[in-house]
Design a protein around this ligand. Structure first.
Ligand SMILES: Nc1ncnc2c1ncn2[C@@H]1O[C@H](COP(=O)(O)OP(=O)(O)OP(=O)(O)O)[C@@H](O)[C@H]1O
Ligand SMILES: [Mg+2]
Length: 297
């Protein structure tokens, strides 16, 4: 036994401890695996939220997209709440338009009768004032009717802004209008009749109060600004919110040839909002009012 050698034989892998490998597996690989599973799970939960964000944003811009609630219970609940809110808003907008159109339409007949009767009553100053009032009322009603018809159901389409501005300029051919349009291939997704109406309202204001008008465009990556400058008297700073209210006018001329109904700016703002845009007032570098219509592209 003293001179003999004891020989051991064992596999190489048993020479090392496996604890380190197991430890690495548990410490690194398993958490990574869990992280991957959690990531996939979260992604599935976030996807319907992302879709909802897009639909909500579009609805804010006046574009409607269907949304089918999916995902976790809470996410589905938010989706359902949004859908019922959207339906309620749409119902109310439809009711408002229908009521506006109905009332305007019904008022047209007695007003036309009044106009005819007034024409036979002579031409004293009191009658003239009354005629002016009636004429102003029928202009208001025409505005309402046109607005209700325009707002109702006109589909969204892609509009080349520069061509739209050029064609509106042709309607104001007796005015001194300079165009400074930035070249672009980008098209605006909107309602052409309403936008034309909005710009026409702004231009007819400038045409009424000023002699020089400049229209320029600024193209940003995600929005376009249409700027209308004039050299008229402008609007004092403290009245720049009031002029957007319906029937608010700074000059209280009763003459329908020079005075308006005070609806132009409020309708223009309504149209800008319905497109997810903004209408703001500022001082124009050429001395009068600057009206800026900013719309998302
Ligand atoms: N470019 C402008 N320069 C100076 N004042 C303006 C200008 N645009 C609007 N205003 C003032 O703001 C008021 C409101 O404008 P708005 O377009 O709403 O009504 P309106 O032009 O009087 O009537 P309507 O447009 O309904 O025929 C006007 O009465 C006018 O006093
Ligand atoms: Mg006006």
């Amino acid at each position: 036994m003293n001179n003999s050698t004891l020989l051991f034989s064992l596999e190489e892998k048993n020479l090392y401890t496996r604890t380190t490998t197991i430890l690495i597996w548990w410490a690194v690989v398993t958490p990574l695996l869990f992280l991957l599973i959690a990531g996939i799970f979260m992604k599935n939960q976030i996807r319907p939220l992302k879709k909802l964000t897009v639909v909500v944003k579009d609805f804010g811009k006046g574009r409607e997209k269907a949304f089918k609630p999916s995902g976790a219970y809470e996410v589905r609940k938010v989706g359902q709440a949004f859908n019922s809110m959207k339906d309620r808003i749409k119902r109310q907008m439809k009711q408002r338009t229908e009521m506006l159109a109905g009332v305007s339409h019904d008022l047209k007949t007695p007003l036309t009768r009044m106009k005819l009767e007034l024409a036979f009553l002579g031409d004293s100053q009191a009658i003239k004032n009354l005629q002016n009032d009636v004429q102003q009322m029928s202009k208001m009603i025409d505005e309402y009717l046109a607005f209700a018809q325009g707002a109702d159901g006109e589909p969204f389409s892609y509009i080349a802004v520069n061509s739209l501005i050029q064609s509106i300029k042709r309607d104001f051919k007796h005015q001194n209008i300079t165009l400074k349009l930035q070249k672009t291939d980008k098209k605006l997704f909107g309602r052409a009749i309403l936008l034309r109406r909005c710009l026409s309202n702004l231009l007819s204001n400038a045409a009424r109060y000023a002699t020089i008008i400049e229209i320029s465009t600024l193209i940003h990556p995600k929005r376009i600004s249409i700027v209308i400058d004039d050299n008229g008297p402008g609007i004092p700073l403290d009245k720049r919110e009031d002029v957007f209210k319906a029937f608010f006018r700074l000059d209280d001329s009763r003459n329908p040839n020079t005075g308006g109904t005070g609806l132009g700016l409020s309708i223009a703002k309504d149209i800008a909002n319905a497109h997810g845009g903004k209408l703001s007032l500022d001082d124009a570098p050429i001395g009068g009012l600057r009206v800026m219509l900013s719309l998302p592209l």
